[in-house]
Ligand binder design. Structure first.
Ligand code: SF4
Length: 547
């Protein structure tokens, strides 16, 4: 492993936070490239970064990188690299910032509008660029996302465009400053433009700042998929807790909504501004019931849940009501009818793979025919916005199996299609379940992604939201595609953090977005089902700022 030492790490904490993930990504890329040649290598040694804090003169050297790499054959090399500001990038920065500071769109991140934050960002980018260049020269590797290691690569691009900057300038800035590959740059820009269109309602770019969204978690599933990283309780072992769970959830819904709509005397903790008072007086824009698998509930339970939501929240202006039906083995005609009756207008039916052998291996207890049958029933009932998810990197699946999956999906022609890449770290951790993961080479993952992208295009779908995950297969990304006009509003809102999300239920994480300064805070509910049922009052109290 490469060790990273930064002079006075306390002082340069945010730089350390950016450099370390970048180095990890390089190590991963280096190992994967060697593995493709049948070699096993480790990139070990150390990087010492000696930094100067003074940035008054733009020509100043900001610091020095000492790169000491001890490769597997124990060769030691020491290199010194200067860290400096690039005048061409500084000029692009100035152009972008000028528009950002003038833009009246609310929620702009401070690192583009506040002098001190701008300076920190420029400094940090210069350091990460220098580390990237040094490691790239040393290992011969390039990272598709350059120095962008966060999970939301489009967030900042979106703000740059929303503030009225020319696409050409934004592109140039990301190419030079963050060293993105042309392919990822195109993808990120297309996604950001599509998001920008969705987020601009009647010409108003801050429309969503005046609203909030609601997320409800149903943490039950018919069985546990082997790659699952969510809070999920299989019905066989936990089915008896569904009713107690709904009772607890209804209590949380009652108390929190009564506070937001001023129907109760509850008050927030004045000494703690991290509370849901931010949602008072705001419009509810979207509702998303996820999990878990919400359709694990019976038709009657789904009816009761949505009736409760209708009674307690003002749904008169919502743009979207999604239920992530998810697994076909839980979806029945009467449940779909219950959803339809309540005006649910977007559902997910997620195959993950259309290969029966894979479904069996990963623990999905349903057939390919079940997926097709369920999908057709939903269409018959008039659902005209159906999403389907697939995963790249599942057991024994090469690009050939992915190609079969997308061919089958093309026949169904969903309105929305989401392509996930399985995270490697998690797969590696679950040693006992290793056989459930395909040991794909980076080039095969790229090929599978290309196949999915082509299929999306053939279905008339456009990429409209995306996120990266730490340690994803091949350092790639999850991409949501949809028909124009069928983009999932909630997906974009949660990814781009334009508004607060009230999240209720076991393991749900409420997000508070403060549009005046772009600040973001989270209030977590407990993940354990029994804790949630037993501590519902505490979950409500947390949302009022009493921790
Ligand atoms: S359906 Fe989703 S939440 Fe449920 S076990 Fe499978 S991956 Fe986990």
């Amino acid at each position: 492993m490469l060790n990273v030492n930064i002079d006075n790490e306390d002082e340069f904490r945010d730089i350390a936070a950016s450099v370390k993930p970048l180095v990890l990504e390089f190590e991963g890329a280096y190992k994967r490239a060697a593995a493709e040649k049948g070699e096993e290598v480790e990139l070990c040694g150390s990087i010492r970064i000696a930094l100067k804090k003074d940035m008054t003169s733009k020509d100043d050297i900001l610091g020095i990188i000492y790169l000491v790499i001890d490769e597997s054959e124990k060769r030691l090399t020491i290199e010194r690299k200067r860290i400096f500001l690039d005048e061409r990038i500084v000029s692009l920065e100035n152009t972008l910032e000028k528009k950002m500071r003038k833009a009246d769109i609310g929620g702009l991140p401070k690192n583009f509008t506040d002098e001190e934050e701008i300076e920190k960002r420029i400094f940090r980018n210069a350091v990460t660029r220098a580390v990237y260049t040094a490691l790239s020269e040393k290992t011969g590797q390039k990272l598709p996302w350059g120095t962008l290691t966060g999970i939301r690569p489009t967030k900042q691009i979106l703000w740059c465009l929303a503030a009225g900057n020319a696409e050409r300038t934004v592109k140039e800035y990301y190419r030079k400053n963050y060293l993105l590959s042309e392919e990822k740059l195109e993808l990120a820009l297309t996604v950001a433009k599509n998001e920008n269109n969705l987020l601009t309602v009647k010409g108003n770019q801050s429309y969503f700042n005046n609203g909030f969204s609601l997320y409800i978690d149903i943490p039950f599933c018919p069985s546990t998929c082997y790659y699952c990283s969510f809070t999920s309780y299989p019905v066989a072992a936990s089915g008896q807790f569904i009713e107690p769970y709904l009772n607890a959830l209804f209590r949380e819904i009652d108390e929190v909504s009564d506070y937001i709509y001023g129907r109760s005397n509850a008050s927030t903790n004045v000494e703690n501004d991290m509370n849901i008072s931010i949602m008072k007086g705001k419009r509810l824009d979207s509702v998303y019931i996820g999990g878990g698998t919400p359709t694990t509930l019976s038709a009657e339970q789904l009816d009761r849940l949505i009736t409760k939501i209708e009674q307690k929240f003002d749904l008169s202006e919502i743009l979207e009501f999604t239920v992530e039906a998810g697994r076909p083995d839980t979806i029945t005609r009467d449940k779909l009818e219950a959803l339809k009756k309540h005006g649910v207008d977007r559902i997910s039916i997620n195959p993950q793979s259309m290969n029966q052998e894979t479904l069996d291996i990963i623990g999905r207890r349903h057939t390919v025919e079940d997926i097709i049958k369920t999908y057709k029933t939903a269409r018959e009932l008039g659902f005209d916005n159906i999403n389907m998810d697939i995963i790249i990197g599942l057991a024994n699946e090469t690009p050939k199996e992915v190609a079969h999956t997308v061919e089958e999906i093309k026949k169904l022609a969903p309105d929305d299609f989401t392509v996930h890449s399985l995270a490697i770290k998690r797969a590696a951790k679950l040693n006992t379940a290793k056989k459930f993961y395909a040991d794909l080479q980076a080039t095969e993952i790229e090929e599978a992604e290309r196949i999915s992208y082509e299929a999306a295009k053939e279905m008339g779908l456009e990429p409209y939201y995306m996120y990266r995950q730490k340690n994803m297969a091949g350092n790639n990304e999850n991409v949501g595609y949809a028909k124009p006009g069928k983009y999932g509003v909630y997906n974009v809102l949660i990814m781009e953090e334009r508004q607060s999300i009230l999240a209720l239920g076991c393991g749900a994480s409420t997000k508070l977005v403060y549009p005046e300064n772009g600040r973001i805070e989270r209030i977590e509910n407990v993940k354990s089902l029994m804790d949630y049922i037993g501590r519902t009052d505490e979950m409500v109290a947390r949302k009022l700022g009493y921790r």
